[in-house]
Design a protein around this ligand. Structure first.
Ligand code: FES
Ligand SMILES: [Fe+2]
Length: 327
């Protein structure tokens, strides 16, 4: 299956930064196997996971200083992908063909990001995640057998809360989705939902509900195409929560979701409360989304049935098509 070229021109996450230590790591992005690794300055690098000599996976090798060494015959490559040492003929010059493709790679928001060609857009700005007044918890990663578009769309879908997450995010007595308007600015969708909060569950007291009767929760969404969401939750006072969700498009029917949560309250709560909460939520979603066919969101609006409360899904499909992130 071919992929729209614009998908290659985006920053995509490939790992939590804390997962990339001294050993090289094999990752897959848009059906391409990559190796990521850090040199002495700890800056991450990305290149094809394929030694030019005999096609061995470089991710099985080792980092040596600022170079990565193939495990088969010990050839070494620098961060630009150029071969720097061929031990079997070390007194001869190295052929210029002896190199692997390297790709732009950065670390930000606790994630390692890679783009396969010059990116169309910078990463979104999320000052909360870089502020000492906010505490950040990494949840997941959530590996699903679906296209990243389905995982993204599920995160934006309110209509399923009472059915898939009763008692945690929704309430079967209130299945209606409040009216909301989606505005599209280039590759970013904006919309806000205000609704009464579902009660904090005793198992997962993660939201900033006061003990008052049904506080209103304001959810301000930004969807950055193709697969990123910035969601800011507020309850009318100073307490705030930000969800940064981004899906790694591994292949046409595989994705990995990273969900980073910032809060300016409850600094003492152990991280695993939020992590366990998101494990429950994402597992409730996973079996539903993995059952959806086709595995990728059909971007043709005629392909599924959309009602008024599906405004976000419709806007997402339109904008993905307009920005040529879909065929
Ligand atoms: S296959 Fe990598 S050095 Fe020979
Ligand atoms: Fe869900």
């Amino acid at each position: 299956m071919t992929m729209p070229e614009n998908l290659f021109a985006c920053w995509h996450p490939v790992a939590y930064a804390h997962m990339l230590l001294d050993k090289p790591l094999s990752v897959k992005l848009l059906d391409r196997l990559l190796v990521i690794w850090r040199g002495r300055d700890r800056v991450p690098h990305a290149m094809d996971d394929l030694c030019i000599h005999r096609g061995t996976a470089l991710s099985l090798g080792e980092v040596k200083g600022d170079e990565i060494m193939c495990p088969y015959h010990g050839w070494r490559y620098d961060a630009t992908g150029a071969c720097t040492l061929i031990p079997q003929s070390r007194f001869d010059s190295i052929p210029t063909k002896a190199r692997v493709n390297s790709f732009p790679c950065v670390e930000r928001y606790g994630l390692v990001w890679v783009t396969l060609t010059e990116p169309l857009h910078p990463l979104p700005e999320i000052p909360e995640l870089e502020s000492p007044e906010w505490k950040v918890v990494n949840t997941g990663p959530f590996s699903w057998q679906s296209d990243a578009s389905r995982q993204l769309e599920n995160f934006t879908d309110f209509g399923h809360f009472p059915w898939v997450h009763p008692g945690l995010l929704g309430d079967l007595n209130r299945p209606e989705v409040p009216d909301h308007t989606v505005t599209i600015e280039g590759h970013v969708l904006h919309y806000t939902i205000v609704r009464p909060e579902a009660a904090n569950s005793a198992d997962f007291p993660v939201f900033a509900n006061e003990a008052v009767e049904q506080p209103m929760r304001r959810s301000r969404y930004e969807v950055h195409l193709p697969y990123t969401i910035v969601l800011r939750l507020g309850w009318g006072k100073t307490k705030g929560m930000v969800y940064f969700f981004v899906s790694q498009p591994v292949a046409a029917n595989r994705c990995i979701g990273f969900c980073i949560i910032g809060r300016n309250y409850d600094f003492d709560q152990p991280d695993d409360v939020l992590q366990n909460f998101e494990n429950v939520i994402f597992n409730q979603d996973k079996r539903i989304v993995e059952s959806q066919r086709p595995e990728q969101v059909p971007f043709d609006l005629a392909a599924e049935l959309h009602l008024k409360f599906d405004a976000v899904a419709m806007a997402y499909r339109r904008a993905m098509t307009a920005n040529r992130f879909s065929d």
